[in-house]
Design a protein around this ligand. Structure first.
Ligand SMILES: [Cu+2]
Length: 102
């Protein structure tokens, strides 16, 4: 029981650190929130209606993202709430990470 509590404590401290990091605006690659509108496996693109993405200076909108790894196309479905990470790569917005919020 004791070591279990200690593990929980470490996880809690890590989450607290991550949250305060984000709140200070220092985290460049913040996770963004959105809802998947469309998954295009042929074009390797996901359409997401997303909230504000501060590090990219983007207001909420619906837009199309390329995916870094085609396996990401299997991880989400239209209508799902997701959290995702996006980076600018040669003028294109590329999803580097995406996961459903359940
Ligand atoms: Cu956008």
């Amino acid at each position: 029981m004791r070591s279990w509590n200690r593990k929980l404590c470490v996880v809690g401290a890590m989450i607290a650190a991550a949250v305060s990091f984000g709140a200070a605006g220092q985290a460049v690659m913040d996770l963004a929130d959105g809802v998947v509108r469309k998954v295009d496996k042929d074009a390797r693109k996901i359409t997401i209606r997303h909230g504000e993405i501060r590090h990219l200076d983007m207001p909420p909108m619906t837009m199309v993202f390329q995916v870094k790894d085609p396996a990401m196309l299997e991880q989400v479905q239209p209508g799902e709430k997701v959290q995702f990470r996006v980076e600018k790569s040669g003028g294109a917005m590329v999803l580097t990470e995406i996961r459903p919020v359940r």
